[in-house]
Design a protein around this ligand. Structure first.
Ligand code: HEM
Length: 213
């Protein structure tokens, strides 16, 4: 199964399918914010316009670059580009985490305290995962580098995939899902993305050989 999903076209397609909604919304916000055409629901977040702009820009870049960076055959074919785009990916990821934290402290939240706390932890964890991935790459520990990059992608994009749960609810109820119960669903869903990533890391990382002397 992993061999099938590691094909570049399948990997790119699957990850882009899972993240297409948050990426599209981010690109829309990048146009709407400077042109003053934000939807009424987002005006509250526009109280921190620079943070929102950077958040949308870094979110879209991080989401698009992730699948490209993860594809083994693209990495082998365009090795030097993996390195260059890797820096762009890390800057975008750090920007995503930090701008998320900035939005959190600068806007009036309508979410519950547990969800906002979880967002804060996720923003910090994303930065930690990316810094660990960079440190591992510099130490030439490629397995560790790959593992932290997969974790970072799941932490960052995990929030966006909630669209798969919320969209059907919205279509059925004709009202945006909000309130403590939906916030709990959000936390559980986001966590499941991270657990899934950890499973992928463990399932695909060969056991290290023990050095006995
Ligand atoms: C660690 C990851 C993330 C954190 C901590 C975070 C944090 C936040 C926070 C606190 C808000 C305001 C929520 C509200 O009060 O309604 C927000 C909104 C937003 N986020 Fe994120 N976010 C993360 C990941 C992402 C990703 C991966 C994307 C896109 C690919 C993204 C795109 C957006 C957009 C477009 C908005 C504005 C939504 C609107 O206008 O209604 N975020 N984010």
């Amino acid at each position: 199964m992993f061999r099938f999903f590691s094909r570049p076209s399948v990997l790119l397609g699957t990850l882009l399918f899972c993240t297409i909604l948050p990426i599209t919304i981010s690109i829309a916000r990048l146009v709407q914010l400077p042109t003053g055409t934000l939807p009424p629901d987002s005006l509250r977040i526009a109280a921190a316009p620079l943070s929102l702009f950077l958040h949308a820009l870094s979110g879209a870049s991080f989401g698009i670059l992730g699948p490209v960076q993860f594809s083994r055959s693209l990495r082998r074919k365009f090795g030097i580009w993996h390195k260059r785009l890797g820096w762009v990916y890390c800057v975008a990821g750090l920007g995503l985490g930090l701008s998320g934290l900035s939005i959190l402290v600068n806007i009036q939240s309508i979410s519950s305290a547990p969800l906002d706390t979880f967002r804060g932890i996720a923003g910090a964890a994303l930065c930690y995962a990316l810094i660990s991935a960079i440190a591992a790459a510099r130490a030439r520990d490629i397995q560790e580098h790959r593992a932290w990059m997969i974790r970072a992608y799941a932490i960052g994009m995990g929030s966006g995939t909630i669209a798969f749960v919320y969209l059907p609810i919205f279509l059925i109820t004709q009202a945006p899902p909000s309130g403590g119960l939906y916030d709990l669903v959000f936390i559980v869903w986001w966590s499941l993305n991270v657990v899934f990533a950890e499973w992928v890391v463990r399932r695909t990382t060969p056991a290290r050989r023990m050095i006995t002397q």
